[in-house]
Design a protein around this ligand. Structure first.
Ligand code: ADP
Ligand code: MG
Length: 238
């Protein structure tokens, strides 16, 4: 389960409407990428879905149920923050366990989920280290591990690789795609990087100034960009 629907969602900060009325559906199990230039509203849109911002009007549905007024912790979604959001004084194990401790899961269940996440993410040998003793890629995996153990209906990523160097970014991009195949869980991934969008997405949502310019598969957007903005952004020969 993990279908996410936005119905006529708007968001204004004071007088400024940064998201005009917007309709969008992300299907269960889909890897959706929100792409567009800096300031176009990608993070705002993700935070609205996560419940970290309230919509100004409109509705958000998760698996058909109205979640517009549901607090973030109860939406069943997991936001993956950049790796620097880890707790530096806690071990990897404690960092990954943190959301489960907050949710009051039993010690046995916590251990089971930590072991499973660590195995998927190749972190088994690092569980007793602290974030400062890990590479950038390992730290990013811990941040993902902290999301996995919540067994969310969908993962929400906001430019998770932007503070990694170029070589590491390529590796992590492949790892996240692999993880998506393995878990078959909905993922929404925000980036301003066209290459990430084109290589990772089932569905790309191209945003400009809060508007959806086009929604489609990477191939659709490449072959039939709706306008010059999309063509220029995706790098189509038009
Ligand atoms: P992106 O993630 O695509 O770079 P954002 O969603 O962060 O864009 O921002 C979209 C627009 O909304 C920008 O013009 C930004 O300045 C504005 N904005 C974002 N958050 C706030 C806020 N808390 N208060 C006022 N304006 C905001
Ligand atoms: Mg942003």
């Amino acid at each position: 389960m993990g279908q996410i629907t936005l119905e006529k969602v708007t968001k204004a900060f004071g007088e400024v409407e940064v998201i005009p009325p917007l309709d969008l559906t992300i299907e269960d199990g889909e890897f959706a990428v929100f792409v567009g230039p800096s300031g176009c509203g990608k993070s705002t849109l993700l935070r609205l879905i996560a419940g970290l911002e309230d919509v100004t009007s409109g509705a958000i549905r998760i698996d058909g149920t109205d979640a517009t007024d549901v607090p973030p912790a109860k939406r069943g979604l997991a936001m993956v923050f950049q790796s620097y959001a880890l707790y530096p004084h806690m071990t990897v194990r404690k960092n990954i366990a943190f959301p489960m401790r907050m949710a009051g899961l039993s010690q046995d269940e916590q251990t089971r989920r930590i072991d499973q996440a660590a195995s998927v993410l190749n972190l088994t040998d690092y569980l007793d280290r602290r974030p400062g003793q890990l590479s950038g890629g390992q730290r990013q995996r811990v941040a993902i591990g902290r999301a996995i153990v919540r067994e969310p209906a969908a993962f929400l990523f906001d430019e998770p690789l932007s503070n990694l160097d170029a070589a590491l970014r390529v590796g992590m991009r492949l790892e996240i795609s692999e993880l998506h195949k393995r878990l078959a869980t909905t993922m929404i991934y925000v980036t301003h990087d066209q290459v990430e969008a084109m290589t990772m997405a089932d569905k790309i949502v191209v945003l400009r100034a809060g508007n959806i310019e086009q929604v489609g598969s990477p191939l659709d957007l490449y072959r039939t960009p709706r306008n010059l903005f999309v063509a220029g952004f995706i790098g189509s020969p038009r």
